[in-house]
Ligand binder design. Structure first.
Ligand code: PLP
Ligand code: COI
Length: 355
């Protein structure tokens, strides 16, 4: 699909913009005035509509609720200093959305429908994009199965919905984390690489327990032996070990993060060695002991670059350097911000300009 989409737009008559406190945004609680909804029926996407944010009526029998045929994406739109509005790398999210669709046996969505729908919605709610440092408009596309049928079989109908939320930073302090060696987020042959709703449902109990033990986040480890690092909460995890950027290689159990890919591209462009491979807990602990671990952070759209301040393993606490003194992640953050807020030339072509 390359033609401009036919989108019906109905604007709200009661904007909530004036009553929204942009200085106290809690991630994911404040929704902008509009949403986009489209239906998949009879083998095609139809009824693409932008309308006031609000409830939608659904049968309680829809298979998304019973069998979890549901998945989502997360990306952000930024307001540049010259007023330009751009979404960061939406084609990557479109591709991953379709990878999730394939694994969950749903309809797929044309990349142009995904990106143009998002651009149209962001344009309608452009006044909702906060311009303050570290702020943006978080975009949440979701697809879910809508057949009212209790047979365990792929639905024939789906909804594609896009919501947006003005947001500030997701984490506001360095994180204290533990390696999760009991629960598992994803196993080989499973669907950890998909952004399936069920992956997040299954993470809530381990998160709750980690929080009760005083941790801000947990680092998932491999399902077989719990010896290798996989991801950090809802973000990828990256380390600087002995001057090299080291991160778990993507596989069945790991979400192929857009931020991860962005950080790797920046590191390579700076001539820094990058290793995408299995990363053991043992070598991270060893690096913390001998000083070769000079940076450690989560990388994700919501999380952005979230520094790990300390980690705990086998009863021992390892405190890492003050994040503000870390050369690599500080340079990544600054460069990323410069690109996303349009302060420097976008040499990688990462900004999808809306207007
Ligand atoms: N891993 C998981 C489990 C996530 O939920 C996310 C967040 O989207 C990421 C990694 C990071 O991916 P991205 O950088 O594309 O947001
Ligand atoms: C995102 O960064 O979009 C995420 O997936 C995190 C979200 C679940 C809060």
């Amino acid at each position: 699909m390359t033609d401009t989409l036919d989108i019906k737009i109905t604007k709200t008559t009661k904007s909530r913009l004036a009553e929204t406190d942009f200085s106290n945004l809690v991630f994911g609680r404040t929704f902008s005035d509009h949403m986009l909804v489209a239906d998949y029926e009879g083998g095609e996407w139809k009824n693409i509509e932008i309308l006031p944010y609000g409830e939608i009526a659904l049968s309680p029998a829809i298979s998304a609720l019973h069998y979890g045929q549901a998945f989502f994406e997360g990306l952000k739109a930024y307001k540049h200093e010259d007023g330009t509005i751009a979404v960061f790398r939406p084609e990557k999210n479109a591709a991953r959305f379709n990878k999730s669709a394939e694994r969950l046996c749903t309809a797929e969505i044309p990349v142009d429908l995904f990106t143009q729908s998002i651009a149209a919605l962001v344009d309608v709610d452009r006044d909702w994009i906060p311009a303050a440092a570290g702020h943006s408009l978080y975009i949440r596309p979701v697809m879910f199965a809508t057949d009212a049928y209790l047979g365990v079989t792929p639905s024939k109908t789906y909804k594609f919905v896009v919501l947006t939320c003005p947001v500030g930073p997701y984490f506001t302090k360095p994180l204290r984390v533990k390696f999760e060696t009991h629960y598992t987020r994803a196993a080989e042959g499973g669907f950890g690489y998909a952004k399936a709703a069920g992956n997040y449902g299954g993470s809530m109990l381990p998160f709750k327990k980690a929080a009760e033990e005083g941790f801000d986040q947990l680092i998932w480890t491999d399902a077989k032996e719990h010896l290798y690092v996989e991801e950090m909460g809802a973000a990828n995890v990256m380390f600087v070990l002995d001057g090299k950027l080291v991160t778990p290689s993507t596989r069945d159990t790991i979400l192929d993060g857009v931020t991860r890919d962005t950080v790797i591209s920046l590191a390579k462009s700076w001539g820094m060695p990058v290793e995408e491979r299995r990363v053991s807990i043992a070598e991270v602990v060893e690096g913390a002991r001998n000083g070769k671990l000079t940076d450690a952070f989560g990388a994700g759209t919501a999380a952005t670059i979230a520094p790990i301040g300390a980690f705990h393993h086998n009863g021992e606490e390892f405190t890492l350097s003050d994040p503000s003194t870390r050369e690599f992640s500080q340079k990544v953050l600054k460069t990323l911000d410069d690109i996303r807020y349009g302060r420097v030339e976008d040499t990688f072509g990462w900004n999808y300009v809306v207007r």
